[in-house]
Design a protein around this ligand. Sequence first.
Ligand code: GDP
Ligand code: MN
Length: 381
Amino acid sequence: MKLHEYQSKFRFAEFGIPIPKGKIASSPQEAFEIAKEINGPVVVKAQVLVGGRGKAGGVKLARTAQEAEQLAASILGMDIKGFAVKKVLIDPAADIQDEIYLGVTTDRAARRTVMMASAAGGVDIEEVAATTPEKIIRTHIDPFLGLLNHQARIIASGIGLPHESWNAFIQIARGLYQCYLSSDATLAEINPLIITGDGSLLAVDGKMVLDDNALFRHTDLTEMRDTSEEAPAETQARQAGLSYVKLDGEIGCMVNGAGLAMATMDMTKLFGGSPANFLDIGGGAQADKVAAALRIILADPNVKAILFNIFGGITRGDEVARGILQALEEVPTDLPMVARLVGTKEEEGRAILAEAHMITANTLAEAAQKAVDAVQNSPSK
Ligand code: GDP
Ligand code: MN
């Protein structure tokens, strides 16, 4: 789950990181009021869950409250990389002398948390990593010791930060690590962390990604989820308790078990097809969950055929079959469907599906082959 810039920065502030004292607005009128209160130049910043807002015209400087109101009117409702702007952050404009990058993330290869910094701040860190990787300074953090002061100093020195800013930087680095840790985040990033004209440091942008698997420990953070910024299929899948990842192919897959779902996707590829999604309905799924999964698959306009691959253990074949039929009643479709159903109550399940004129298969290979054939023979091809 991603947090908006304002949510990330307000959270950073709780960990002692200095941020501009701005407020959030949903209308030009509110933007005007906030800018009037700030009583000086402000930046009007689009709040969307995607980076590069500056380049896309979503970050603008206003000298007066009237100008802030006008800019808010043009930015609110703007589309940035497919995301509609519904809120703007009004921050007092900062006096930027220099921009640096500071981030904390999970380094899976090292099995450690890593802190990264670069003197080339403000720009896309992926771009820095690709073109001038030597400009990124990294330090891995021991989970038992936490971020040590000398590590933060090595980073400060590595990015050529002036000495007078080192103490402030160490506080920010420690705060960011604590924020990352106590939020169960997978990313906490300040880009840019700026050096102002008077030599102080300020986090003018913020980004956080939280580990979905740890959200149950953070009701306060969970409430910050902005479902209006999510793909509807992802919201529905989460609410139904399904693991769903949308892909670009044409074969909608419904499978129970993550490993089996991966194998099903591989098999689809092997026979020359491409999966439209990864979807794991989980163990013991009952009819309503199957119906929810099918609705999600059918909502994807790229899907040309559906492949069910169900291995019944705790999950019962007849339950799954009934769920499929239930969903088909709600969302009728002419798409070809191939079902491989084995395990608990497989005969009952197959009998139910045969009545629904579904193509059945006994092995995974056969099912994948038939699904690929169905796509290739489909009239819309
Ligand atoms: P992003 O483009 O989505 O990463 O949005 P940022 O919040 O990082 O803003 C983009 C750029 O706008 C920053 O790198 C700064 O150069 C500039 N910017 C942001 N806030 C201010 C501000 O308060 N004053 C000034 N002068 N520039 C700002
Ligand atoms: Mn930024």
